[in-house]
Design a protein around this ligand. Sequence first.
Ligand code: X90
Length: 276
Amino acid sequence: MKMRIVADSSANLLEMKDVEFASVPLHIIVGERDYADTAEIDLAAFQQHLRDYKGKTTTAAPSPGEWEEAFGDADVIFCLTLTGAMSGTHNSAVIAGESYESEHPGAKVYVLDSLSTGPEIYLLAEKTRELILAGMEPEKIYEEIRAYHQTTHLYFSLASVDNFAKNGRVSHVIAKGIGLMGIRIVGTASPEGTLDFKGKCRGDKKALALILEKMKELGYKGGRVVIAHNQNEEAALQLKMRIEELFGFFNGVIHPERALCCYYAEPGSVMVGFEA
Ligand code: X90
């Protein structure tokens, strides 16, 4: 039985060892240009274009066809998506799953709404991989992933929410004043899969301290951590150091965001997924 993990590009994940994996790109539209968020994208040039471009920019979910193509010829697909409360990506995956199952009798597509994005999807993908490699049955794997999902969280520190506001995903009132003088907005993914702002901080140091405080409040005890950043490896490393100080080790990974996350979590931002 051929099993495959498929996640959208908001997971900042391009490949996985020892299992079948595919990433499905969201799209970022800057003027005439449609950037598909794949491994081929030149992130530096993309971000430069975003900075320079003064007109309207937007994003788009992958089409059901793009999802289906990524399913390949697998018998069982674990499909992990960006929150359906903020994007059509999840819906598109559900449609693709139904179509794939009807075209491939016996095949099964499990579509899980992460109600989150980025590092939290990354954690779910890692867990799915672990369960596949352990030789578990698909139905049991899906059950375990859903149970694991109850223990994972996302926190973030954003340097600006302009692109959220421009695309009608947060109000202009909230957006105002952020992005000025090193103000960071700290927030989390709500249980419904929407942005839940927890506080404004001056500078990374305070933002990271607030994130760490929230992590401990939620019961973080040194579990797996995934940190994604947009041109702010320094903040990611600071958080890693603070976790090491507290727990004696850092069980995690740090990586740059891919294009979709870079668009919304603008330069200076940090996203943290963790188990509690
Ligand atoms: O066009 C589309 O369908 C894509 C819309 C995507 C909206 C969410 C992107 C989030 C990127 C930003 C920081 C964390 C947000 C947490 C949301 C629950 C990352």
